[in-house]
Design a protein around this ligand. Structure first.
Ligand code: FDA
Length: 310
């Protein structure tokens, strides 16, 4: 892992830096490249624009590591409103949540209840709820919550991180339940003992996970694959795999982040693939934005340009 990436990821956990950064106008301007705005209305407008370009969406309000139950319950209510507002909007929009935003640092049972409430609201509107995967301290609990709620509500998906050495085994254990899996490379700072330090190994793992999810056995069990990456080698690799295994385009989807590789997003649509764009909104963008910088430290130039433009 590069020194700069490490520094940015360490910075993402620093409360002092968060306090300073969120006050700076030029940083807020730079952030706008990756989110249409802090409000849900702005996210909804962006979703409508993407729909006109042939893309569906995933919506998520930013936030993590809440320290009291009331905050978690506010998020549940927020998604109740969101799902109500999606009704009649004509949008094919799913929801994605972080479990530490719903109380995972407080109580696992309470988190399960919150996830189940949102999942039931999503099912009633015929859409899916995704569970993001956070740092490795939460992997076991995240999978546990997924398992428990998935046993009661079907439309639940989970993100799995290709950089973790354990993920192949995690996927095998989940497969019989026909899981919806969003395969991501992984965005957190992890020790080499548990995560591949070399990108090559993460990429190999990424394609192996996708291949397994596209296998006849997994598809027969009801598994669904969301290929979440902007990496042209991963995108091309999965498209080749699908062709070789005669998997039709509508049997899996690609998922990309708002504002990143729009060219790629449109190219996938033109090629007849299902494409979902994850739109984040809300005021708690600091750790999330630092992870975006860490993924591509060249983004720091946008921050610098924004400072000079201001
Ligand atoms: P990689 O980082 O190699 O990037 C490939 C190319 O994409 C770059 O060369 C660049 O052109 C472009 N690019 C990538 N990131 C960029 C950025 N920040 N700014 C500008 N350009 C960029 N992680 C996690 O741990 N848990 C999760 O739940 C999720 N959820 C999730 C959902 C969705 C829909 C996506 C797309 C990603 C996630 N992630 C995630 C993040 C994921 O783990 C990973 O950090 C990023 O996708 C970056 O990795 P890539 O696979 O895009 O490849």
């Amino acid at each position: 892992m590069s020194v700069l990436r490490n520094l940015l990821l360490a910075g993402s956990e620093n409360p002092w830096l968060r306090e300073q950064a969120t006050r700076q106008r030029f940083i807020r301007r730079a952030v706008s490249r990756f989110m249409p705005g802090e409000s849900f209305d702005e996210a909804l407008e962006a979703a409508q624009r993407l729909r006109r370009q042939g893309m569906s969406t995933i919506l998520t309000i930013l936030g993590e590591n809440v320290s009291d139950r009331a905050e978690a319950l506010t998020e549940v209510e927020h998604y109740d409103d969101v799902l109500a507002r999606l009704d009649g909007s004509g949008l094919d929009a799913e929801i994605s949540v972080k479990l530490t935003h719903l109380g995972l640092d407080l109580d696992l049972d309470f988190t399960c209840e919150n996830v189940e409430k949102i999942a039931r609201l999503a099912v009633a509107r015929n859409t899916r709820l995704w569970i993001d995967m956070e740092g490795s301290a939460y992997t076991d609990q995240t999978i546990e919550v997924y398992r428990r709620v998935k046993a009661r509500v079907p439309n639940l998906g989970i993100a799995l991180q290709a950089y973790l050495r354990r993920t192949v085994a995690d996927l095998e254990a989940l497969l019989p339940s026909g899981p919806a899996v969003r395969v991501v490379k992984g965005a957190y700072r992890e020790p080499d003992a548990i995560a591949f330090p070399r990108m090559e190994d993460t990429c190999r793992s990424y394609l192996a996970l996708c291949e397994r999810l596209l296998s006849p056995e997994a598809r027969k069990a009801g598994a669904w694959l969301a290929v979440a990456t902007h990496d042209p080698r991963m995108l091309g690799g999965v498209r080749d795999l699908a062709r070789r295994q005669s998997v039709p385009n509508d049997a899996f989807e690609f998922a990309l982040l708002y504002g990143i590789r729009r060219d790629q997003q449109l190219e996938l649509v033109r090629a007849g693939h299902r494409v979902r764009v994850l739109i984040s909104y809300g005021t708690h963008w600091f750790p999330w934005y630092m992870r975006r910088l860490a993924e591509r430290p060249a983004n720091l130039w946008f921050v610098a340009r924004s400072a000079f433009a201001g």
